[in-house]
Design a protein around this ligand. Structure first.
Ligand code: PGA
Length: 252
């Protein structure tokens, strides 16, 4: 059975003190839940990583960053490398989030480079992709997703693919309150799994965790996660509210 995951993407929210208090309270809650069906990952801003790593080290929660540099090390003022992330105790990094693609002009080629660096530094990658509203309206969403995967990810070896989690996030659903219907999510996730199967074989495709992201909340998570090719979620806004995040994790 492939792994189910619910990852919280805090984005640029909470100062250090708020983040540590929040992580502690989630850690306490999940520590006593050995029967959890989903792996819980918190993807925090860089500055929270060492503190949250300390908090979750005796618990059930995993830790990730939201981005990493596209270079190994050196004179890149303001950047944080994959190796630095790894050294905090984090195990995951989100790469290719639509906010990075849109606001920071990160293209498939750059994201491919970041993914390779993250993997070679021992991180697991949560690789995000998805179409914008116009692309869906014009019926181009399958082609867009295929190109994002072909260029961003499908240069990896089969071994490397084992360290990848995919996150399909239709851009029109992120932070908008609009959610893909469970059938729309399933249709795309099934297509994604077929693409992976064509490239890497059925075993790799069947083992791959594919998350849905975009306005997931307690009221819709259960139905979306019940679809056979949806293996959990990447949660933005609702991951900042303890009760909502817990309900979403427990919906798996
Ligand atoms: P949202 O964000 O849940 O607030 O829509 C999801 C994401 O950006 O990962």
């Amino acid at each position: 059975m492939r792994k189910k995951i619910v990852a919280g993407n805090w984005k640029m929210n909470m100062d250090l003190q708020e983040g540590l208090v929040f992580a502690s309270s989630l850690n306490e809650y999940f520590r006593d839940k050995p029967s959890l069906k989903a792996e819980v990952i918190l993807c925090t801003p860089f500055i929270h990583l060492p503190g949250v790593a300390e908090i979750v080290k005796n618990g059930n929660i995993f830790l990730g960053a939201q981005n990493c540099a596209s270079e190994e090390s050196g004179a890149y003022t303001g950047e944080v490398s994959a190796n630095m992330i790894k050294s905090t105790g984090a195990g995951y990094v989100i790469i290719g989030h639509s906010e990075r693609r849109t606001y920071y002009h990160e293209d498939n080629k750059l994201l491919n480079k970041k993914t390779n660096l993250a993997l070679s530094n021992g991180l697991y990658v949560i690789f995000c992709f998805g179409e914008v509203k116009e692309e869906r309206e014009e019926g181009k969403h399958f082609n867009v997703v295929k190109q994002q995967l072909d260029e961003g990810l499908f240069t990896l070896s089969k071994e490397e693919m084992k360290r990848i989690v995919l996150a399909y996030e239709p851009v029109w659903a992120i932070g908008t309150g609009l959610t893909a219907t469970p059938d729309q999510a399933q249709e795309m996730h099934k297509y994604i799994r077929e693409l992976v199967s064509e490239k890497y074989g059925n075993d790799t495709a069947e083992q791959l965790t594919i998350l849905y992201g975009g306005s997931c909340k307690p009221s819709n998570a259960g139905e979306i996660f019940s679809k056979p090719d949806v293996d959990g979620g990447l949660i933005g806004g609702a991951s900042l509210k303890k009760d909502d995040f817990i309900s979403i994790v427990e919906a798996v």
